[in-house]
Design a protein around this ligand. Structure first.
Ligand SMILES: Nc1ncnc2c1ncn2[C@@H]1O[C@H](COP(=O)(O)OP(=O)(O)OP(=O)(O)O)[C@@H](O)[C@H]1O
Ligand SMILES: [Mg+2]
Length: 569
Protein backbone atom coordinates (compact mmCIF):
# COMPACT_ATOMS: atom_id res chain seq x y z
CA UNK A 1 0.00 0.00 0.00
CA UNK A 2 1.50 3.30 -1.07
CA UNK A 3 1.77 6.27 1.25
CA UNK A 4 2.11 9.14 -1.20
CA UNK A 5 -0.98 11.15 -2.14
CA UNK A 6 -1.47 13.99 -4.61
CA UNK A 7 -2.22 17.26 -2.84
CA UNK A 8 -5.39 18.99 -3.99
CA UNK A 9 -4.62 22.14 -5.98
CA UNK A 10 -5.87 24.50 -3.25
CA UNK A 11 -3.46 23.06 -0.70
CA UNK A 12 -0.67 22.90 -3.26
CA UNK A 13 -1.10 26.61 -3.92
CA UNK A 14 -0.71 27.45 -0.25
CA UNK A 15 2.83 26.18 -0.29
CA UNK A 16 5.65 28.70 -0.70
CA UNK A 17 6.41 28.51 -4.39
CA UNK A 18 9.64 29.30 -6.15
CA UNK A 19 12.79 27.72 -7.40
CA UNK A 20 13.64 24.70 -5.30
CA UNK A 21 16.76 23.76 -7.22
CA UNK A 22 19.00 26.65 -8.16
CA UNK A 23 22.34 25.19 -7.27
CA UNK A 24 23.99 21.85 -6.72
CA UNK A 25 23.80 22.21 -2.96
CA UNK A 26 19.99 22.48 -3.10
CA UNK A 27 19.86 18.99 -4.65
CA UNK A 28 22.02 17.52 -1.91
CA UNK A 29 19.94 19.24 0.76
CA UNK A 30 16.64 17.91 -0.60
CA UNK A 31 17.95 14.36 -0.97
CA UNK A 32 19.50 14.31 2.50
CA UNK A 33 16.30 15.67 4.02
CA UNK A 34 14.28 12.97 2.24
CA UNK A 35 16.62 10.34 3.67
CA UNK A 36 16.21 11.76 7.18
CA UNK A 37 12.42 11.88 6.77
CA UNK A 38 12.55 8.21 5.78
CA UNK A 39 14.13 7.44 9.16
CA UNK A 40 17.59 6.58 7.80
CA UNK A 41 20.39 5.86 10.27
CA UNK A 42 23.12 5.79 7.61
CA UNK A 43 23.29 8.41 4.89
CA UNK A 44 26.00 8.50 2.26
CA UNK A 45 26.55 11.42 -0.08
CA UNK A 46 28.89 10.75 -2.94
CA UNK A 47 29.76 13.42 -5.48
CA UNK A 48 31.70 13.56 -8.69
CA UNK A 49 33.14 16.94 -9.66
CA UNK A 50 31.48 18.56 -6.63
CA UNK A 51 28.14 17.23 -7.82
CA UNK A 52 28.24 18.68 -11.29
CA UNK A 53 28.97 15.28 -12.84
CA UNK A 54 26.90 13.28 -10.37
CA UNK A 55 25.30 13.29 -6.94
CA UNK A 56 24.38 10.04 -5.24
CA UNK A 57 22.59 9.89 -1.90
CA UNK A 58 22.13 6.48 -0.33
CA UNK A 59 20.03 5.81 2.74
CA UNK A 60 18.81 2.86 4.78
CA UNK A 61 15.43 4.41 5.54
CA UNK A 62 11.92 3.13 4.92
CA UNK A 63 12.20 2.87 1.13
CA UNK A 64 9.17 3.06 -1.17
CA UNK A 65 6.93 0.52 -2.84
CA UNK A 66 6.57 0.47 -6.62
CA UNK A 67 3.58 2.80 -6.84
CA UNK A 68 5.19 5.38 -4.58
CA UNK A 69 8.49 5.23 -6.41
CA UNK A 70 6.64 6.45 -9.51
CA UNK A 71 4.35 8.89 -7.71
CA UNK A 72 7.32 10.49 -5.94
CA UNK A 73 8.27 12.16 -9.24
CA UNK A 74 4.90 13.87 -9.60
CA UNK A 75 4.51 17.46 -8.46
CA UNK A 76 2.62 17.98 -5.23
CA UNK A 77 2.71 14.29 -4.42
CA UNK A 78 3.85 13.68 -0.87
CA UNK A 79 3.44 11.27 2.00
CA UNK A 80 4.07 14.00 4.55
CA UNK A 81 1.01 16.21 4.27
CA UNK A 82 -2.64 15.35 3.85
CA UNK A 83 -4.87 18.19 4.92
CA UNK A 84 -4.59 21.94 5.24
CA UNK A 85 -4.33 21.54 9.00
CA UNK A 86 -1.14 19.52 8.56
CA UNK A 87 0.46 22.54 6.94
CA UNK A 88 0.37 24.31 10.29
CA UNK A 89 2.06 21.54 12.23
CA UNK A 90 4.81 20.25 9.99
CA UNK A 91 6.95 17.70 11.77
CA UNK A 92 8.88 16.40 8.74
CA UNK A 93 11.63 18.16 6.80
CA UNK A 94 9.75 17.84 3.50
CA UNK A 95 6.10 18.69 3.04
CA UNK A 96 5.57 20.12 -0.44
CA UNK A 97 6.03 17.15 -2.73
CA UNK A 98 8.18 19.40 -4.89
CA UNK A 99 11.77 18.35 -4.45
CA UNK A 100 12.07 15.21 -6.55
CA UNK A 101 10.02 16.57 -9.49
CA UNK A 102 12.00 19.84 -9.39
CA UNK A 103 15.31 17.98 -9.50
CA UNK A 104 13.99 15.60 -12.16
CA UNK A 105 12.98 18.56 -14.32
CA UNK A 106 16.59 19.72 -14.66
CA UNK A 107 18.54 16.44 -14.57
CA UNK A 108 18.60 12.72 -15.10
CA UNK A 109 17.47 10.98 -11.91
CA UNK A 110 17.73 7.31 -11.10
CA UNK A 111 15.91 6.09 -8.02
CA UNK A 112 16.43 2.58 -6.65
CA UNK A 113 14.35 1.78 -3.61
CA UNK A 114 13.14 -1.08 -1.48
CA UNK A 115 10.96 -1.35 1.61
CA UNK A 116 12.88 -4.46 2.52
CA UNK A 117 9.78 -6.67 2.44
CA UNK A 118 9.49 -7.00 -1.34
CA UNK A 119 11.85 -6.81 -4.26
CA UNK A 120 13.38 -3.42 -4.99
CA UNK A 121 12.26 -1.11 -7.75
CA UNK A 122 14.13 1.16 -10.11
CA UNK A 123 12.84 4.29 -11.85
CA UNK A 124 14.75 6.52 -14.24
CA UNK A 125 13.58 9.99 -15.18
CA UNK A 126 15.16 12.22 -17.82
CA UNK A 127 14.33 15.89 -17.87
CA UNK A 128 11.01 15.34 -16.20
CA UNK A 129 9.86 12.22 -18.10
CA UNK A 130 9.91 8.68 -16.71
CA UNK A 131 11.93 6.68 -19.21
CA UNK A 132 12.51 3.39 -17.43
CA UNK A 133 11.11 1.42 -14.51
CA UNK A 134 11.30 -2.14 -13.31
CA UNK A 135 12.29 -4.53 -10.54
CA UNK A 136 15.78 -4.28 -9.15
CA UNK A 137 17.75 -6.00 -6.44
CA UNK A 138 18.15 -3.63 -3.49
CA UNK A 139 18.46 -3.68 0.27
CA UNK A 140 15.99 -1.70 2.38
CA UNK A 141 16.41 1.98 1.70
CA UNK A 142 16.76 4.33 -1.22
CA UNK A 143 19.53 5.44 -3.52
CA UNK A 144 19.01 8.48 -5.69
CA UNK A 145 21.56 9.32 -8.37
CA UNK A 146 21.40 12.67 -10.13
CA UNK A 147 23.43 13.24 -13.30
CA UNK A 148 23.43 15.80 -16.12
CA UNK A 149 22.28 18.44 -13.66
CA UNK A 150 21.25 21.70 -15.38
CA UNK A 151 22.22 20.34 -18.83
CA UNK A 152 18.90 21.54 -20.20
CA UNK A 153 19.10 24.88 -18.40
CA UNK A 154 22.37 26.45 -19.55
CA UNK A 155 21.58 29.66 -17.66
CA UNK A 156 21.68 27.87 -14.33
CA UNK A 157 24.69 25.88 -15.37
CA UNK A 158 26.47 29.13 -16.12
CA UNK A 159 25.34 30.52 -12.82
CA UNK A 160 27.46 27.93 -11.06
CA UNK A 161 30.70 29.85 -11.32
CA UNK A 162 32.83 27.81 -9.04
CA UNK A 163 32.42 24.16 -8.18
CA UNK A 164 34.68 24.87 -5.21
CA UNK A 165 32.06 27.20 -3.75
CA UNK A 166 29.38 24.57 -4.34
CA UNK A 167 31.46 21.97 -2.60
CA UNK A 168 32.03 24.28 0.37
CA UNK A 169 28.27 24.84 0.59
CA UNK A 170 27.64 21.07 0.51
CA UNK A 171 30.28 20.30 3.14
CA UNK A 172 28.80 22.94 5.43
CA UNK A 173 25.32 21.57 4.89
CA UNK A 174 26.21 17.93 5.52
CA UNK A 175 28.31 18.88 8.55
CA UNK A 176 25.43 20.86 9.99
CA UNK A 177 23.03 17.97 9.55
CA UNK A 178 25.62 15.66 11.11
CA UNK A 179 25.87 18.03 14.10
CA UNK A 180 22.10 18.27 14.37
CA UNK A 181 21.61 14.51 14.10
CA UNK A 182 24.50 12.82 15.93
CA UNK A 183 22.36 9.66 15.93
CA UNK A 184 22.75 9.34 12.16
CA UNK A 185 26.00 8.28 10.48
CA UNK A 186 26.89 10.58 7.60
CA UNK A 187 29.59 10.21 4.99
CA UNK A 188 30.40 12.73 2.32
CA UNK A 189 32.87 12.12 -0.45
CA UNK A 190 33.89 13.91 -3.60
CA UNK A 191 35.77 12.20 -6.44
CA UNK A 192 36.52 9.30 -4.11
CA UNK A 193 37.94 11.46 -1.33
CA UNK A 194 36.17 11.39 2.04
CA UNK A 195 35.37 14.89 3.24
CA UNK A 196 33.23 14.12 6.27
CA UNK A 197 32.38 11.05 8.25
CA UNK A 198 30.45 10.66 11.48
CA UNK A 199 29.69 7.50 13.40
CA UNK A 200 26.03 7.89 14.30
CA UNK A 201 26.86 6.89 17.88
CA UNK A 202 24.76 9.79 19.15
CA UNK A 203 27.68 11.56 20.77
CA UNK A 204 27.40 15.27 19.92
CA UNK A 205 30.93 16.10 21.10
CA UNK A 206 32.32 13.34 18.91
CA UNK A 207 30.57 14.89 15.89
CA UNK A 208 31.74 18.40 16.78
CA UNK A 209 35.27 17.03 17.04
CA UNK A 210 34.92 15.35 13.65
CA UNK A 211 33.80 18.63 12.10
CA UNK A 212 35.81 21.29 13.96
CA UNK A 213 38.72 19.34 15.39
CA UNK A 214 39.38 17.91 18.79
CA UNK A 215 40.83 21.06 20.31
CA UNK A 216 37.73 23.16 19.64
CA UNK A 217 35.31 20.42 20.67
CA UNK A 218 37.08 19.54 23.91
CA UNK A 219 36.51 22.94 25.46
CA UNK A 220 32.89 23.24 24.42
CA UNK A 221 30.34 23.98 27.10
CA UNK A 222 26.92 22.38 26.96
CA UNK A 223 23.98 24.71 27.51
CA UNK A 224 20.27 24.09 27.73
CA UNK A 225 17.11 25.83 28.69
CA UNK A 226 13.36 25.59 28.44
CA UNK A 227 10.24 27.61 28.84
CA UNK A 228 6.58 26.95 28.17
CA UNK A 229 7.00 26.81 24.40
CA UNK A 230 10.61 25.85 23.72
CA UNK A 231 13.25 23.44 24.75
CA UNK A 232 16.74 23.94 23.53
CA UNK A 233 20.21 22.60 24.05
CA UNK A 234 23.55 23.08 22.44
CA UNK A 235 27.27 23.53 22.70
CA UNK A 236 29.26 26.73 22.80
CA UNK A 237 32.99 26.97 22.32
CA UNK A 238 35.26 29.06 24.48
CA UNK A 239 35.14 32.68 23.30
CA UNK A 240 38.79 32.31 22.38
CA UNK A 241 37.80 29.82 19.69
CA UNK A 242 36.02 32.32 17.49
CA UNK A 243 35.67 32.71 13.76
CA UNK A 244 34.90 35.48 11.30
CA UNK A 245 31.85 33.79 9.81
CA UNK A 246 28.40 32.84 11.00
CA UNK A 247 28.86 29.55 9.19
CA UNK A 248 30.36 28.09 12.36
CA UNK A 249 27.07 28.43 14.16
CA UNK A 250 24.67 25.54 13.53
CA UNK A 251 21.05 26.31 14.24
CA UNK A 252 18.38 23.65 14.01
CA UNK A 253 14.77 23.50 15.02
CA UNK A 254 12.92 20.21 15.31
CA UNK A 255 15.81 18.55 13.50
CA UNK A 256 15.78 21.01 10.60
CA UNK A 257 18.94 22.97 9.89
CA UNK A 258 17.91 26.58 9.44
CA UNK A 259 19.38 30.02 8.94
CA UNK A 260 18.45 32.52 11.60
CA UNK A 261 20.44 35.69 12.05
CA UNK A 262 18.47 36.42 15.19
CA UNK A 263 19.25 33.11 16.85
CA UNK A 264 22.93 33.54 15.93
CA UNK A 265 22.85 37.03 17.43
CA UNK A 266 21.25 35.71 20.63
CA UNK A 267 24.11 33.22 20.99
CA UNK A 268 26.66 35.97 20.31
CA UNK A 269 24.89 38.18 22.86
CA UNK A 270 25.23 35.36 25.38
CA UNK A 271 29.00 35.72 25.05
CA UNK A 272 28.74 39.41 25.89
CA UNK A 273 31.97 41.26 25.43
CA UNK A 274 34.13 38.20 25.73
CA UNK A 275 33.78 37.82 21.99
CA UNK A 276 35.62 40.31 19.78
CA UNK A 277 33.32 42.45 17.66
CA UNK A 278 32.25 40.79 14.41
CA UNK A 279 33.47 37.34 15.44
CA UNK A 280 31.34 34.24 15.90
CA UNK A 281 31.79 31.34 18.28
CA UNK A 282 31.89 27.76 17.07
CA UNK A 283 28.56 26.61 18.42
CA UNK A 284 25.48 24.56 17.80
CA UNK A 285 21.95 24.91 19.05
CA UNK A 286 19.04 22.55 18.66
CA UNK A 287 15.60 23.93 19.39
CA UNK A 288 12.56 21.74 19.94
CA UNK A 289 9.01 22.98 19.93
CA UNK A 290 5.51 21.95 19.06
CA UNK A 291 5.34 22.09 15.24
CA UNK A 292 2.25 24.27 15.45
CA UNK A 293 4.36 27.09 16.94
CA UNK A 294 6.59 27.13 13.90
CA UNK A 295 6.02 28.31 10.36
CA UNK A 296 8.41 26.50 8.03
CA UNK A 297 6.42 27.37 4.95
CA UNK A 298 8.18 30.70 4.48
CA UNK A 299 10.64 30.21 1.65
CA UNK A 300 11.06 27.50 -1.00
CA UNK A 301 14.47 26.48 0.31
CA UNK A 302 12.93 25.82 3.75
CA UNK A 303 15.99 27.41 5.34
CA UNK A 304 14.01 30.05 7.14
CA UNK A 305 11.32 29.59 9.72
CA UNK A 306 9.10 31.87 11.77
CA UNK A 307 8.97 31.26 15.50
CA UNK A 308 6.04 32.35 17.56
CA UNK A 309 7.09 34.18 20.73
CA UNK A 310 10.49 34.68 19.14
CA UNK A 311 11.65 37.37 21.56
CA UNK A 312 11.17 35.05 24.54
CA UNK A 313 13.06 32.30 22.76
CA UNK A 314 15.96 34.65 21.97
CA UNK A 315 16.18 35.78 25.57
CA UNK A 316 16.17 32.16 26.71
CA UNK A 317 19.04 31.37 24.35
CA UNK A 318 21.09 34.37 25.41
CA UNK A 319 20.76 33.68 29.13
CA UNK A 320 21.41 29.94 28.78
CA UNK A 321 24.58 30.58 26.79
CA UNK A 322 25.73 33.20 29.27
CA UNK A 323 25.13 30.87 32.19
CA UNK A 324 27.04 28.03 30.56
CA UNK A 325 30.03 30.21 29.78
CA UNK A 326 30.41 31.90 33.13
CA UNK A 327 33.67 30.79 34.62
CA UNK A 328 35.37 29.70 31.40
CA UNK A 329 39.04 30.65 31.28
CA UNK A 330 39.42 33.75 29.20
CA UNK A 331 43.13 34.34 29.06
CA UNK A 332 44.12 34.20 25.46
CA UNK A 333 46.94 31.71 24.83
CA UNK A 334 49.59 33.22 22.59
CA UNK A 335 49.37 31.70 19.15
CA UNK A 336 52.90 31.28 18.01
CA UNK A 337 54.59 29.71 15.06
CA UNK A 338 55.91 26.24 15.73
CA UNK A 339 59.33 27.18 14.58
CA UNK A 340 60.69 30.55 15.61
CA UNK A 341 62.92 31.82 12.85
CA UNK A 342 66.38 32.68 14.21
CA UNK A 343 66.20 36.00 12.37
CA UNK A 344 63.26 36.95 14.55
CA UNK A 345 65.17 36.73 17.81
CA UNK A 346 68.70 37.54 16.80
CA UNK A 347 68.45 41.33 16.94
CA UNK A 348 67.67 41.25 20.64
CA UNK A 349 71.17 39.95 21.27
CA UNK A 350 73.06 42.16 18.87
CA UNK A 351 75.17 44.69 20.74
CA UNK A 352 75.74 48.27 19.81
CA UNK A 353 72.78 48.57 17.47
CA UNK A 354 69.44 50.13 18.02
CA UNK A 355 68.00 46.66 18.07
CA UNK A 356 68.77 46.00 21.73
CA UNK A 357 66.47 48.75 22.83
CA UNK A 358 63.82 46.19 23.63
CA UNK A 359 66.00 44.52 26.21
CA UNK A 360 67.14 47.81 27.71
CA UNK A 361 63.67 49.07 28.07
CA UNK A 362 62.68 45.96 29.91
CA UNK A 363 65.60 46.32 32.27
CA UNK A 364 65.01 49.99 32.85
CA UNK A 365 61.47 49.61 33.94
CA UNK A 366 61.88 46.36 35.82
CA UNK A 367 61.15 46.78 39.50
CA UNK A 368 61.52 44.23 42.25
CA UNK A 369 58.77 41.64 42.19
CA UNK A 370 55.45 43.09 43.17
CA UNK A 371 52.91 40.48 44.01
CA UNK A 372 49.56 41.72 42.81
CA UNK A 373 47.56 42.16 45.99
CA UNK A 374 44.22 41.00 44.70
CA UNK A 375 44.53 38.79 41.71
CA UNK A 376 40.89 37.71 41.72
CA UNK A 377 40.19 36.00 38.43
CA UNK A 378 43.86 35.95 37.49
CA UNK A 379 46.35 33.33 38.54
CA UNK A 380 48.94 34.49 41.06
CA UNK A 381 51.80 36.10 39.13
CA UNK A 382 54.65 38.52 39.71
CA UNK A 383 55.30 41.73 37.85
CA UNK A 384 58.46 41.75 35.77
CA UNK A 385 58.31 45.01 33.91
CA UNK A 386 56.86 46.96 31.06
CA UNK A 387 57.63 46.35 27.43
CA UNK A 388 57.29 48.76 24.52
CA UNK A 389 55.62 51.23 26.84
CA UNK A 390 52.41 49.25 26.48
CA UNK A 391 52.62 45.69 27.73
CA UNK A 392 53.02 44.72 31.34
CA UNK A 393 54.86 41.45 31.77
CA UNK A 394 54.04 39.05 34.57
CA UNK A 395 55.32 35.59 35.31
CA UNK A 396 54.48 32.49 37.27
CA UNK A 397 55.38 28.82 37.08
CA UNK A 398 52.98 28.34 34.16
CA UNK A 399 54.47 30.96 31.91
CA UNK A 400 54.58 34.61 30.97
CA UNK A 401 51.56 36.90 30.85
CA UNK A 402 51.33 40.08 28.84
CA UNK A 403 48.74 42.64 29.87
CA UNK A 404 47.84 45.44 27.48
CA UNK A 405 47.78 48.39 29.87
CA UNK A 406 45.66 50.55 27.62
CA UNK A 407 43.03 47.86 27.11
CA UNK A 408 43.03 47.16 30.86
CA UNK A 409 42.52 50.81 31.75
CA UNK A 410 39.78 51.08 29.15
CA UNK A 411 37.93 48.14 30.69
CA UNK A 412 38.18 49.60 34.19
CA UNK A 413 36.88 52.99 33.14
CA UNK A 414 34.19 51.52 30.99
CA UNK A 415 32.74 49.54 33.88
CA UNK A 416 33.00 52.54 36.19
CA UNK A 417 31.28 54.88 33.76
CA UNK A 418 28.55 52.43 32.97
CA UNK A 419 27.83 52.03 36.64
CA UNK A 420 27.94 55.76 37.26
CA UNK A 421 25.56 56.49 34.39
CA UNK A 422 23.21 53.68 35.26
CA UNK A 423 22.70 54.55 38.91
CA UNK A 424 19.42 56.43 39.37
CA UNK A 425 20.72 58.73 42.11
CA UNK A 426 23.58 59.92 39.97
CA UNK A 427 25.32 62.84 41.56
CA UNK A 428 25.37 65.93 39.36
CA UNK A 429 26.31 69.52 40.02
CA UNK A 430 25.45 72.88 38.53
CA UNK A 431 28.32 74.57 36.81
CA UNK A 432 29.11 77.98 38.33
CA UNK A 433 30.31 79.08 34.95
CA UNK A 434 28.30 77.36 32.23
CA UNK A 435 30.45 75.91 29.51
CA UNK A 436 29.94 76.86 25.91
CA UNK A 437 30.46 74.06 23.45
CA UNK A 438 30.81 74.65 19.75
CA UNK A 439 29.40 71.89 17.59
CA UNK A 440 28.74 71.36 13.93
CA UNK A 441 25.33 72.63 12.79
CA UNK A 442 23.88 69.18 12.55
CA UNK A 443 25.29 68.15 15.90
CA UNK A 444 23.89 71.35 17.40
CA UNK A 445 20.44 70.57 16.10
CA UNK A 446 20.77 66.98 17.24
CA UNK A 447 21.97 68.09 20.68
CA UNK A 448 18.97 70.26 21.35
CA UNK A 449 16.72 67.40 20.25
CA UNK A 450 18.38 65.06 22.69
CA UNK A 451 18.02 67.14 25.83
CA UNK A 452 16.01 64.39 27.51
CA UNK A 453 18.52 61.69 26.73
CA UNK A 454 21.35 63.85 27.98
CA UNK A 455 19.44 64.50 31.19
CA UNK A 456 19.21 60.74 31.85
CA UNK A 457 23.00 60.65 31.93
CA UNK A 458 23.22 63.73 34.13
CA UNK A 459 23.93 66.45 31.58
CA UNK A 460 21.81 69.58 31.14
CA UNK A 461 22.33 71.75 28.09
CA UNK A 462 20.62 74.64 26.37
CA UNK A 463 21.14 75.61 22.80
CA UNK A 464 22.42 79.15 22.45
CA UNK A 465 23.05 79.32 18.72
CA UNK A 466 22.69 77.06 15.72
CA UNK A 467 26.06 75.56 16.37
CA UNK A 468 26.57 76.17 20.07
CA UNK A 469 25.18 74.61 23.21
CA UNK A 470 25.74 75.66 26.78
CA UNK A 471 26.13 73.05 29.47
CA UNK A 472 24.70 74.06 32.85
CA UNK A 473 24.89 70.80 34.81
CA UNK A 474 27.20 67.78 34.57
CA UNK A 475 27.65 64.50 36.45
CA UNK A 476 30.03 64.52 39.39
CA UNK A 477 32.13 61.76 37.84
CA UNK A 478 33.11 63.95 34.88
CA UNK A 479 36.83 64.64 35.12
CA UNK A 480 37.46 68.34 35.69
CA UNK A 481 38.54 70.19 32.61
CA UNK A 482 37.21 67.55 30.25
CA UNK A 483 33.53 68.50 30.50
CA UNK A 484 33.27 69.96 27.01
CA UNK A 485 35.09 67.05 25.43
CA UNK A 486 32.89 64.57 27.27
CA UNK A 487 29.66 66.30 26.28
CA UNK A 488 30.78 66.41 22.66
CA UNK A 489 31.45 62.68 22.79
CA UNK A 490 28.03 62.13 24.32
CA UNK A 491 26.28 64.12 21.61
CA UNK A 492 28.19 62.28 18.92
CA UNK A 493 27.45 58.90 20.45
CA UNK A 494 23.76 59.53 20.96
CA UNK A 495 23.56 60.86 17.43
CA UNK A 496 25.21 57.76 15.99
CA UNK A 497 23.28 55.30 18.11
CA UNK A 498 19.91 56.93 17.80
CA UNK A 499 17.98 53.74 17.15
CA UNK A 500 19.16 52.14 20.37
CA UNK A 501 17.56 51.94 23.78
CA UNK A 502 18.71 54.04 26.72
CA UNK A 503 20.69 51.11 28.06
CA UNK A 504 22.49 50.72 24.74
CA UNK A 505 23.22 54.45 24.56
CA UNK A 506 24.75 54.35 28.04
CA UNK A 507 26.81 51.38 27.00
CA UNK A 508 28.02 53.06 23.82
CA UNK A 509 28.76 56.21 25.77
CA UNK A 510 30.74 54.37 28.40
CA UNK A 511 32.71 52.74 25.59
CA UNK A 512 33.63 55.95 23.82
CA UNK A 513 34.40 57.81 27.03
CA UNK A 514 36.54 55.03 28.47
CA UNK A 515 38.61 55.04 25.32
CA UNK A 516 39.25 58.77 25.57
CA UNK A 517 40.59 58.89 29.07
CA UNK A 518 42.42 55.61 29.51
CA UNK A 519 46.17 55.46 29.89
CA UNK A 520 47.41 55.52 26.38
CA UNK A 521 49.81 52.96 25.11
CA UNK A 522 53.43 54.07 25.19
CA UNK A 523 53.37 55.50 28.65
CA UNK A 524 55.60 54.34 31.44
CA UNK A 525 53.79 53.37 34.60
CA UNK A 526 55.51 52.45 37.81
CA UNK A 527 55.10 49.29 39.82
CA UNK A 528 52.62 50.86 42.25
CA UNK A 529 50.45 51.99 39.39
CA UNK A 530 50.69 48.51 37.93
CA UNK A 531 49.49 46.98 41.18
CA UNK A 532 46.55 49.39 41.34
CA UNK A 533 45.68 48.78 37.72
CA UNK A 534 45.71 45.04 38.22
CA UNK A 535 43.64 45.21 41.39
CA UNK A 536 41.08 47.45 39.67
CA UNK A 537 41.04 45.13 36.70
CA UNK A 538 40.55 42.09 38.92
CA UNK A 539 37.42 43.73 40.34
CA UNK A 540 35.90 44.16 36.87
CA UNK A 541 32.99 42.06 35.79
CA UNK A 542 34.88 41.06 32.70
CA UNK A 543 38.61 41.58 33.16
CA UNK A 544 39.67 39.69 30.06
CA UNK A 545 38.56 41.81 27.14
CA UNK A 546 38.39 45.53 26.51
CA UNK A 547 34.96 47.02 25.76
CA UNK A 548 35.67 46.57 22.06
CA UNK A 549 36.36 42.89 22.52
CA UNK A 550 40.15 42.91 22.23
CA UNK A 551 42.02 40.69 24.67
CA UNK A 552 43.62 42.27 27.74
CA UNK A 553 45.74 39.34 28.85
CA UNK A 554 47.76 36.97 26.69
CA UNK A 555 49.61 34.00 28.08
CA UNK A 556 52.77 32.44 26.71
CA UNK A 557 52.85 29.05 28.37
CA UNK A 558 56.15 27.80 29.75
CA UNK A 559 55.61 24.67 27.68
CA UNK A 560 55.46 26.81 24.57
CA UNK A 561 58.74 28.50 25.51
CA UNK A 562 60.34 25.15 26.21
CA UNK A 563 59.24 24.01 22.79
CA UNK A 564 60.97 26.96 21.14
CA UNK A 565 64.18 25.98 22.83
CA UNK A 566 63.64 22.31 21.98
CA UNK A 567 63.71 21.34 25.64
CA UNK A 568 60.48 19.45 25.12
CA UNK A 569 58.86 18.14 21.97
N1 LIG B 1 14.84 8.68 0.40
C1 LIG B 1 13.53 8.42 0.45
N2 LIG B 1 13.06 7.37 1.17
C2 LIG B 1 11.75 7.12 1.25
N3 LIG B 1 10.81 7.87 0.65
C3 LIG B 1 11.19 8.92 -0.08
C4 LIG B 1 12.57 9.25 -0.21
N4 LIG B 1 12.66 10.33 -1.00
C5 LIG B 1 11.41 10.67 -1.33
N5 LIG B 1 10.51 9.83 -0.79
C6 LIG B 1 9.04 9.89 -0.94
O1 LIG B 1 8.77 10.69 -2.06
C7 LIG B 1 7.91 11.77 -1.72
C8 LIG B 1 8.28 12.96 -2.55
O2 LIG B 1 9.55 13.44 -2.20
P1 LIG B 1 9.85 14.98 -2.37
O3 LIG B 1 11.14 15.27 -1.79
O4 LIG B 1 9.62 15.31 -3.79
O5 LIG B 1 8.70 15.67 -1.56
P2 LIG B 1 8.54 15.83 0.02
O6 LIG B 1 9.75 15.37 0.71
O7 LIG B 1 7.26 15.18 0.38
O8 LIG B 1 8.37 17.40 0.15
P3 LIG B 1 9.47 18.51 -0.23
O9 LIG B 1 9.21 18.95 -1.60
O10 LIG B 1 9.19 19.58 0.76
O11 LIG B 1 10.80 17.86 -0.07
C9 LIG B 1 8.10 11.95 -0.25
O12 LIG B 1 6.92 12.50 0.35
C10 LIG B 1 8.37 10.53 0.24
O13 LIG B 1 7.17 9.85 0.47
MG1 LIG C 1 11.61 16.08 0.18
Amino acid sequence: MGKIIRLDPHLANMIAAGEVVERIGNVVKELVENALDAGAKNIGVSLRESGLASIRVTDDGSGMDQADAVLAFERHATSKLKTERDLFRIATLGFRGEALPSIAAVATVELVTSTGSAEGFRVVSKEGRLVESGLAAAARGTTVTVTKLFHNTPARLKFIRSTQAELAFIVELVDKYAITRPDVAFTLENDGRTLSRTSGRNDPIEVLAAVYGLAAARDMKAFSGRDRDYRMSGFAASPLVNRASKAYVTVSVNGRVIKSLRVVQAIVDGYGQTLPHGRYPISAIDITTDPSLLDVNVHPTKLEVRFSEEATLLRLIETSVRKALSGTPLIQPAVLPEQVEPSLIQPAFAFGTGADRGVDELRETAEPYVAAPQNGPFPAFDYLGQYAGTYLIFQNADGLYLVDQHAAAERIRYERYRKAMGSPAMATYTLLVPIEIGLSRSAGIAASAMEDELRTVGVEVIRSAADTIVATRVPAWFPRGLEAEYIETMVETIQNEKTLSTADIRDALAKSLSCKRSIKANRYINATEVATLLADLARCENPFTCPHGRPIVVKIALREIEKWFKRVL
